[in-house]
Write a protein that binds this ligand. Structure first.
Ligand code: GLA
Length: 716
């Protein structure tokens, strides 16, 4: 049993493989958080401290104030002046105050009303805590789902209106963690389009620090992942708490250090882009947030996240080999037609690609990015015999077929918009702002979903699509819906996401043999919500190899390589050798975006050899363990390796950066090697003992442009 209740102490204890989490019911109402850290059976007792200006309930004193108790959930207006987990009211004050009522422990988990959620396995258990606030007539359920083998605990909440009036939820943060310390650094990933996932590590300070999105997408600007680690934490040493949110829309990660130097972590929907009104008998279920803890450095936190995502988030198809695709975008942009792409397919099949992915430009009047979005039927000038006949010709070349869609968007210059301008998000009386010449469809409107499913169903009737690339190329402004009443307009961001997930569910049911690559102008929705929908995410529109090395290294802190779609491209300027670009791209799931019709036979042979080699070790990136040896944010090169979980295979990558000052010799220790085994490096056939690899392989950095090393070791 990973969840236990001690009746006498009214204490809940959650144990995972290496961690313990505990809280107690105190004063018959508050949930006092006592511990989260390394697994232990010796738990601290609640400790109380007198603090002036702290409000308390009659019969107690300042030491029992909700403003000083470390808690599991806190409520605006109820005496806890720190950032709160919930703000909700029926009377307009925003004040609520929930009191502990009961608990339930059960095997597995229940589904989250139309939201993505981590999959349970036979070990999964859930703790449900019920609290009540009779004044606002609501019942609050806090859920702790335990994935003990990967040291992850997830949290979500359900609010039920059991009273007789309306209740408005104005802030909702399903994960709250109070830590009695602030001697920590915060790690977060910030960026912008084409510059996603920059690594930032800064010490916590008094006050609130946050990462967030108000964009309707989890965003390129701040990823929902954050970690807190001890100031001296390294890859292998130190304490680390990792957090993430299983959701793809606007979010808030709020970290507050209070007057006593205690830290509160809140992960959730926030309040800026969220409100939800519950009528009598209605309920609201939040998305879930997750946390993990490592006492063995950042590397172990990363491994917990990777193992959790592979076992409980990614669809099973993501765990099988991903197709090596040739994508048309950076090779052709909008200049595609049947004749050209059938030639692409022929050459691609001969070169060893698994699939041709036809990117943007195939539908409506989509000859540039100013028109066509929303008109999801083939452009007859480009495909005169229709899509079915075109796809049959592609398949006849012996290659699979993928296609690009951007269902959530509409161009004002489209049939769809001319027929239904009210289907775009807009605020009455205001001209909607444009971005990439497009507007956002109101995915909270069932009519929009019906239109999309009918249209896609018709267009792809009788066509065997193997892969969708699902894009989302703008953020939301002037958010208003023509179908929601005034007091429900604040729900659009959330209802939009639920609509998007419903459409994903429809695609999964309608095209059961197809897999999905998600994308939002590259990594604009690089989140756990999207990871559940598809096998991989287009990591960034920036494919410059050294920039990619940085982006991929940051992504790997929180997400496994199986989620990273990495393409060899560079149509604009052939700045880097094909070999260098390939060695960067095989950090994740390999693909190409190059014009195969312009390629010399020699280049095609080189690509064919790369694909063959990649297939000999892709299982290591997809399913193996990741170890960072030198992060490019900290060094002027990047070194990492993937290891099979039994240590019998290792893949070491070293990517150098042009302009290194002088040659350096590096000793790269691969501690996942088995000391009892001898390994052979597959290219050179050189042999190494496991002990040698553990003590460190010596690599001379050439410090020249395009220098990279890829070494594949197999135990004999
Ligand atoms: C986005 C994607 C690209 C490509 C274009 C097509 O920018 O990230 O890969 O699909 O859209 O318009």
């Amino acid at each position: 049993m990973s969840i236990r209740f001690n009746k006498q102490k009214k204490q809940f204890v959650i144990n995972t493989k290496h961690t313990t989490y505990a809280f107690e019911v105190v004063m018959d109402r508050y949930l006092y958080h006592t511990y989260y850290g390394k697994r232990t059976s010796v738990l601290p007792e609640p400790a109380y401290q007198l603090i002036s200006f702290a409000p308390y309930i009659a019969g107690y004193d300042e030491s029992r104030s909700p403003d000083v108790l470390p808690q599991e959930c806190s409520f605006y207006g109820s005496g806890d002046f720190r950032p709160n987990a919930l703000r909700l009211s029926g009377d307009g004050t925003g004040v609520s105050d929930f009191v502990y009522h009961s608990y339930r422990i059960y095997k597995g988990r229940t589904a989250l009303d139309g939201l993505p959620a981590a999959r349970a396995d036979e070990h999964t258990q859930t703790l449900e805590i019920t609290l009540k606030d009779d004044v606002c007539g609501c019942c609050l359920k806090l859920y702790y789902t335990v994935f003990a083998d990967v040291d992850v605990i997830s949290r979500y909440m359900v609010i039920e209106n059991v009273g007789d009036g309306k209740v408005k939820i104005e802030k909702c943060m399903p994960l709250m963690l109070d830590l009695g310390r602030s001697d920590l650094d915060m790690i977060s990933l910030y960026g912008s389009h084409c510059r996603e996932l920059n690594y930032q590590r800064v010490p916590l300070h008094h006050g609130t620090q946050s990462v967030y999105s108000k964009r309707g997408a989890s965003s390129h600007q701040y990823n929902p992942f954050v970690a807190l680690c001890s100031h001296t934490a390294t890859q292998e040493k130190g304490e680390v708490y990792g957090f993430n949110f299983v959701y793809s829309g606007s979010f808030l990660d709020e970290i507050d250090v209070d007057q006593r130097g205690h830290t509160r972590v809140l992960i959730g929907l926030g309040s800026d882009c969220f409100s939800y009104t519950l009528g009598c008998g209605e309920r609201f279920c939040s998305p879930e947030a997750i946390m993990t803890y490592s006492s063995a450095g950042i590397g172990k936190m990363t491994q917990n996240m990777h193992d959790f995502i592979r076992a409980h988030i990614l669809p099973p198809a993501a765990l099988a080999p991903h197709p090596v695709v040739l994508n048309t975008w950076e090779a052709c942009y909008f200049d595609i037609d049947e004749q050209r792409l059938v030639q692409f397919a022929k050459q691609a099949a001969q070169t060893g690609f698994d699939m041709l992915v036809m990117d943007d430009g195939w539908f409506g009047m989509r000859n540039h990015n100013r028109a066509g979005l929303g008109d999801w039927y083939e452009n007859k000038q480009k495909f005169p015999d229709g899509l079915a006949s075109f796809v049959a010709k592609i398949k006849a070349e012996g290659i699979k077929f993928g296609i690009w869609v951007e269902p959530e968007m509409v161009n004002p210059d489209s049939e769809l918009y001319r027929a239904h301008p009210e289907w775009a998000l807009r605020v009455n009386g205001r001209e909607p702002l444009r971005s990439r010449h497009q507007l956002v469809l109101d995915m909270s409107n069932p009519d929009v979903l019906d239109y999309l499913t009918e249209q896609f169903d018709r267009t792809f009737q009788g066509i065997e699509i193997d892969y969708f690339k699902w894009d989302m190329n703008r953020h939301m402004s002037n958010v208003g819906s023509s179908v929601l009443e005034a007091d429900k307009q604040g729900e659009i961001f959330f209802r939009y996401m639920r609509g998007v997930y419903r459409l994903f569910d429809w695609f999964a049911a309608r095209f059961p043999n197809a897999v999905i690559e998600t994308c939002s102008g590259g990594g604009g929705r690089y989140d756990l919500g999207m990871m559940q929908q598809g096998i991989q995410i287009w990591t960034s529109d920036n494919t410059n190899p050294y920039d990619r090395t940085m982006i991929q290294a940051s992504a790997l802190i929180a997400y496994p390589a199986a989620t990273m779609s990495c393409h060899v491209s560079n149509p604009h300027e052939n700045l880097r050798s094909l070999d260098y670009r390939y060695k960067v791209a095989v950090g994740g799931m390999l693909g190409y975006e190059l014009n195969i019709l312009n390629m010399s036979e020699e280049v095609k042979r080189e690509i064919a050899a790369q694909i063959t080699q990649y297939k000999s070790f892709e299982h290591l990136m997809r399913a193996g363990n990741y170890y960072c040896l030198a992060a490019p944010h900290a060094y002027d090169y990047s070194a990492y390796y993937y290891a099979a979980s039994d240590g019998t295979e290792l893949l070491l990558t070293v990517i150098e950066k042009a302009g290194n000052k002088k040659t350096k010799t590096k000793r790269l220790k691969m501690k996942a090697a088995n000391p009892a085994k001898t390994y052979i490096e597959c290219q050179s056939n050189a042999q190494y003992s496991g002990a040698e690899l553990r003590a460190g392989l010596v690599i001379d950095l050439a410090c020249e442009q395009d220098s990279a090393h890829l070494l594949h070791f197999k135990a004999l």
